[in-house]
Design a protein around this ligand. Structure first.
Ligand code: G6P
Length: 613
C-alpha cells in the first residue's frame, strides 16, 4: 500500500526521493507526490498516476533542494486524484504531511477543526491530521516537533508519517503506529522509508521505529523518543538485503524473475534447517515453544490472500504428519467473530510482508485470549515477527511482484518443515515416511528448477490459446485443492479474467452449470490417492464440452489422453505436491496477463502489503 520516502543530507533530494518512490511502486498506488522546502515555503508537486509522470514534472528549483519527502498513495479516504494525493499542506502552509494508515477518529477531529474555521480541500484523513498539528502549534505555542508529537497523542488508528515544517526546513519529523517506518543512517545524511528497499542502495545501517516512536531528524542529528515524550535509545540494525535482490536482473517482470527464483528461494527457506545427516529438522525460532508444540491440542492458522492458501496447505500437512487438528481462518473474520481460543491452542500467523493489518489484528486478538502465537513471515524486522511469541522466517528474499509466487512456495516449504518436525516430536511420523519427506525436501529445489524449465514453453502455448477466455475454473483435491484456489487467484489478480478455484468434487454442486465449450478448466490431476476420483471429474467436464488443461504426473500415460492439454510435473511425495503443481499455474497466469497487455507487477487496485483493515 502507500509508500513513504524522505531525505535529509547533502545530495540532491529529488532524485533520491523519486528513485525511492519507484522502488516502492510494487506496494501498489494510484497517485504520487513530493514536498520540499524552497526559499521559505514548502512546495508540493503531486499527481494522480505514476511516479514517472511526476518525475517528468520536475521543477527547476529542485537543483538546490537537499531535503524532501515523497509519497505513493493507495486511496482509502477519497478517490485517487491530484487533490487527494499526498503530501498535504496545513491551512497556513506551515506544515506538510505524508501519511500511511488510517486516522479512525478523523471525522470527529475534522468537525472540531471546521468549527474553528479550518477549510479542507481534500477528502482525506491526512489533511485533518496536518491541520490538527497546525492548530496545536498555533494555540499551544510549542515547537513544530512538539506540535506533531502532541497531535499524535490525540489520534486513533494507524499512521506512518513524515512532516516538513516551513519554519524548520532542515528537519523531518517521522513517527509510526502500525504502519512501518525505517530510517537509514548514511554519512551526514538520513533516509526515511516505509520499507528498506529505497534505502539499501545508500546504506545498510537502519533503525526500525517501534509503535508510538517519533524521530526528529536534523542535518546532523537524530533524536528518538516516544510520542509521550520518553527518550528512546536508537537500536541500529544492519540490513541483510542486497541491491540485486530488488532489481529485475534481465527479466521482463519481477513476477517472472520471482517464479524462476523459486529453486533458490526454496533452498534458502530450508538452509540450515535439515541436519547434514538428514536425521532431524531443526527450526531455531521455535525452540523456545517446543513444549507448547508438543502439547498443543489445536492449531489455528490466520492469514490473508495467498498466505491463507499456504495456510490451507498447512492444515493438510499438520493434520497428516503431526496429527494436530487445524483450523484455517481468514484473519479478518477470525478477529471479529468472537473466536474461541484456548490457552493450549497454538495460533500461527502466516504473512509475506509481516505488515498485513488484518493478520496483525488477529494476532492481538489471539494474544489477548492467551494463546501462544507464532509467525511464518518473509520480511525480517517487520511487525508480525515482533508481535508474535516465536516464529520462522521464510527467507524467500524480497518479493516485488504484487502477485505472490516465491513467497508462497517458501511459506509452504516452511510449513512442511514444521509439520515434519512436529510429526517427529509428537511421534506421529514413522521413520520411513520421515526419511522420504526429508530426502525429497532436500532435492526439491532441483525438482522445481526442472519443472519450471520443462513446462514453460507449453504453458506459453496454452496461454496464447486461452488468453481471451472470459472465465476459468480451477479444480483440485486434497493437497491440490488449495493449489486450485491459488491458481485461480493468480489469474484473476494479474489478468483480470474471472477465475474460481474449487475442490474438484464440489464442481457438481454448482460450477458445473457454467461449463461449456468456452470454459477452460485447469484440473490438478497428479497421481495420488484421489486420482481415480479426479479422472471422473475430468470426464464430467469433457461430457459438457469444457476444455480440460490437466496437470499430470510424469509417466502417467492415461490421464493426458482425456485432456485437451496436459502439463507434466515430476512425481513427489503427496504432501510436497503443491510445491510443484503450483508452478505451471503461476506461469499460466503470468503469460496470459502479459499477452493481454496487463501491468503484471502492479495490477490495478491491488497492493503488495495491505496495511489497512
Ligand atoms: C495482498 C497481496 C497478496 C498477499 C496478501 C497477504 O493482498 O497482494 O499477494 O497474499 O496481501 O499479504 P501478506 O503479506 O500478509 O502475506
Amino acid at each position: 500500500m502507500c509508500g513513504i520516502v524522505g531525505y535529509v543530507g547533502n545530495r540532491k533530494a529529488w532524485p533520491v526521493v523519486i528513485g525511492g518512490l519507484k522502488r516502492l511502486e510494487y506496494r501498489g498506488y494510484d497517485s504520487a507526490g513530493v514536498a520540499m522546502p524552497v526559499e521559505g515555503e514548502i512546495r508540493v508537486v503531486k499527481k494522480k498516476g505514476r511516479v514517472a509522470e511526476l518525475d517528468r514534472l520536475e521543477p527547476e528549483y529542485t537543483a538546490r533542494v537537499t531535503v524532501a519527502m515523497g509519497h505513493t498513495r493507495w486511496a482509502t479516504h477519497g478517490e485517487p486524484n491530484d487533490v487527494n494525493a499526498h503530501p498535504h499542506l496545513s491551512a497556513s502552509g506551515e506544515f506538510c504531511l505524508i501519511h500511511n494508515g488510517i486516522i479512525e477518529n478523523y471525522a470527529e477531529l475534522k468537525r472540531r477543526l471546521l468549527d474553528r474555521g479550518y477549510v479542507f480541500s481534500s477528502d482525506t484523513d491526512t489533511e485533518v491530521l496536518v491541520n490538527l498539528i497546525e492548530e496545536i502549534y498555533e494555540v499551544g505555542n510549542v515547537s513544530p516537533e512538539d506540535a506533531v508529537r502532541l497531535a499524535l497523542t490525540k489520534v486513533h488508528g494507524a499512521f506512518g508519517i513524515v512532516v516538513l515544517c516551513r519554519s524548520a526546513p532542515d528537519m523531518l519529523v517521522v513517527a509510526r503506529r502500525g504502519s512501518p517506518i525505517v530510517i537509514g543512517l548514511g554519512s551526514g545524511e538520513y533516509f526515511v522509508a516505509s520499507d528498506a528497499t529505497p534505502i539499501v542502495e545508500y546504506t545498510k545501517n537502519v533503525i526500525y521505529l517501534n509503535d508510538d516512536d517519533i524521530a526528529i531528524i536534523g542535518r546532523d542529528e537524530l533524536t528518538l523518543k516516544t510520542i509521550r515524550n520518553a527518550p528512546r535509545t536508537p537500536e541500529i540494525k544492519v540490513l541483510e538485503l542486497e541491491l540485486d535482490a530488488i532489481e529485475k536482473g534481465g527479466y521482463e517482470h519481477f513476477m517472472l524473475k520471482e517464479i524462476f527464483e523459486q529453486p533458490r528461494s526454496i533452498r534458502d527457506s530450508m538452509r540450515g534447517r535439515i541436519a547434514q545427516d538428514r536425521s532431524e529438522v531443526k527450526l531455531g525460532g521455535l525452540v523456545d515453544v517446543s513444549e507448547k508444540l508438543l502439547n498443543a491440542e489445536r492449531m489455528i492458522i490466520v492469514a490473508c490472500g495467498t498466505s491463507w492458501h499456504a495456510g490451507l496447505i498447512g492444515e493438510y500437512l499438520f493434520e497428516d504428519l503431526a496429527r494436530l487438528p487445524v483450523e484455517v481462518e481468514y484473519a479478518s473474520e477470525f478477529r471479529y467473530r468472537n473466536p474461541i481460543v484456548r490457552a493450549d491452542d497454538v495460533v500461527l500467523a502466516i504473512s509475506q510482508s509481516g505488515e498485513t493489518a488484518d493478520t496483525l489484528a488477529a494476532i492481538q486478538q489471539a494474544k489477548q485470549q492467551g494463546a501462544t502465537v507464532l509467525g511464518v513471515c518473509n520480511v525480517v524486522g517487520s511487525s508480525i515477527p515482533r508481535e508474535t511469541h516465536a516464529g520462522v522466517y521464510t527467507h524467500a528474499g524480497p518479493e516485488i511482484g504484487v502477485a505472490s509466487t516465491k513467497a508462497f512456495t517458501s511459506q509452504v516449504t516452511v510449513l512442511a518443515l514444521m509439520a515434519v518436525m512436529m510429526g517427529r516430536m509428537r511421534g506421529t511420523l514413522p521413520d520411513g515416511r520421515f526419511n522420504t519427506l526429508v530426502e525429497q525436501l532436500v532435492s526439491l529445489p532441483n525438482v522445481v528448477e526442472r519443472t519450471i524449465a520443462s513446462v514453460n514453453d507449453k504453458v506459453r502455448y496454452i496461454a496464447e490459446r486461452y488468453k481471451d477466455a472470459a472465465n476459468f475454473l480451477y479444480l483440485g483435491r486434497g493437497y491440490n485443492f488449495p493449489v486450485a484456489l491459488e491458481g485461480a487467484l493468480k489469474l484473476k489478480e494479474i489478468s483480470y479474467i474471472h477465475a474460481e478455484g474449487y475442490p474438484a468434487a464440489e464442481m457438481k454442486h454448482g460450477p458445473i452449470a457454467l461449463i461449456d465449450e468456452n470454459m477452460p478448466v485447469v484440473i490438478l490431476a497428479t497421481r495420488d490417492k484421489t486420482h481415480e476420483k479426479i479422472i471422473s471429474n475430468i470426464m464430467e467436464v469433457k461430457a459438457r464440452k469444457g476444455v480440460v488443461i490437466a496437470v499430470v504426473t510424469e509417466g502417467d500415460a492415461f490421464t493426458p489422453q482425456l485432456a485437451d492439454y496436459y502439463l507434466e510435473i515430476p512425481e513427489v511425495a503427496e504432501p510436497l505436491t503443491p510445491l510443484v503443481s503450483v508452478l505451471p499455474l503461476q506461469l499460466l497466469a503470468y503469460y496470459i496477463a502479459v499477452m493481454r497487455g496487463c501491468d503484471v507487477d502492479q495490477p490495478r487496485n491491488l497492493a503488495k502489503s495491505v496495511t489497512v483493515e
